[in-house]
Write a protein that binds this ligand. Structure first.
Ligand code: AMP
Ligand code: MG
Length: 347
């Protein structure tokens, strides 16, 4: 299959993407979080093609994207009143909410669950494509399962060229990590995947929001995943990754003391020069959670396939502000994480 790449600013191409999607085609679209691989949420055969193109396990459900609140009644059996409060505060934007599904939502989208995750993206091209398609779009991240999520059209091309009809290039993504996923079907409401909308931001609207404990540790043997995505190995490089959480000065000292020939470093921008003598990539400024999130996946892609023995990753301290970045790095490290003080000693 030939994959064509168009500029996401071109209104004719956006209309063509809409028609393609209505007819069961697959289109990768820019969003404010990461690029999504979109299909009509109401065409089960197109949904199945998305799973096949990505190599995604069929029980890992997709998020459905809308461009107006009236589309919620097509997707949810009942609209929880709290969802409307949160929508008022955070939509359009990087928050996904899970509620009981409407019977007409195909099982292919939800992986057989009786709930469905919905998001209203803020990216103008994403909204324009959903509007042009005239239906809500199911869209997981537009990467091959197991590789880092794509934050540019070039990343999508590398993973999915020849497997999908169209890629819309909208430049680099603003946030760079996937949306916050909030489960509204059990109380207290729980964050199943941290993103740019932090638990603290959610709690200023719904006071008792919690973070699911499986966000920062592996599932225990026999433990049921509240989100099927928690069961699966996400991005993990071929070599061991050691996540070093704490002040940058401490993790830098630890790396200098412990690294060996063949090791590589994923570091904060402030430390890049001090690691000039080994393969090193920076992903953002230490104290800037948004900057780190924006750069993380592209930096991991740069390090990937470099034939490194191990990757040491400087990782922010554990706090809600940095939870999205820490969670992705913990997963890439197979939860191999060391907590260090400012001198590089293990806590
Ligand atoms: P992605 O599509 O790659 O952004 O991943 C979507 C994430 O949301 C995965 O971790 C899914 O397991 C999770 N998810 C989607 N729908 C549901 C749902 N109905 N219940 C629980 N988790 C969900
Ligand atoms: Mg994904």
């Amino acid at each position: 299959m030939q994959t064509t790449v168009f500029c996401a600013n071109d209104s004719e191409k956006l209309a063509a993407a809409g028609a393609l999607l209505r007819g069961g085609g697959l289109v990768a679209i820019p969003t404010e979080t990461v690029y999504g691989l979109a299909c009509s949420a109401f065409r089960p055969e197109a949904v199945s093609r998305v799973f096949a193109a990505k190599g995604r396990p069929s029980d890992n459900p997709l998020i459905v994207h809308i461009c107006e609140l009236s589309q919620l009644s097509l997707l949810w059996a009942e609209i929880p009143p709290e969802a409307l409060r949160l929508a008022e505060a955070f939509w359009p934007g990087p928050l996904t909410m899970i509620a009981r599904k409407h019977p007409s939502v195909p099982d292919e989208v939800t992986g057989g669950l009786d709930t469905v995750a919905v998001r209203f993206p803020s990216h103008p091209a994403a909204r324009a494509v959903i509007a042009a398609a005239g239906v809500p779009l199911a869209a997981p991240s537009a990467n091959l399962s197991g590789s880092p999520s794509p934050t540019s059209a070039a990343h999508v091309c590398r993973d999915l060229s020849g497997r999908i009809e169209m890629i819309l290039d909208g430049g680099d993504c603003d946030f760079g990590v996937e949306s916050t996923v909030l489960d509204l079907t059990r109380t207290p409401f729980a964050v199943l995947r941290p993103g740019s909308v932090t638990p603290e931001m959610l709690r200023s609207h719904i006071p008792d929001v919690i973070t699911d404990p499986a966000v920062l540790r592996p599932l225990a043997e026999g433990e049921a995943a509240r989100s099927p995505g928690m069961k699966y190995r996400h991005y993990a490089p071929n070599c061991p990754v050691i996540a070093l959480s704490g002040p940058g000065a401490g993790s830098a000292q630890y790396i200098r003391a412990n690294r060996r020939e063949g090791d590589a470093v994923l570091c904060f921008e402030e430390y890049l020069r001090t690691f000039a003598d080994c393969p090193s990539v920076s992903y953002g400024r230490e104290k800037d959670a948004a900057d780190l999130a924006r750069g993380l996946y592209a930096s991991l892609r740069l390090l990937d396939g470099g034939g490194h023995a191990r990757i040491f990753a400087q990782c922010p301290p554990l706090s809600e502000e940095y939870l999205a970045v820490t969670n992705r790095l913990c997963r890439a490290a197979g939860f191999h994480i060391l907590h260090l003080d400012e001198k590089g000693a293990e806590l």
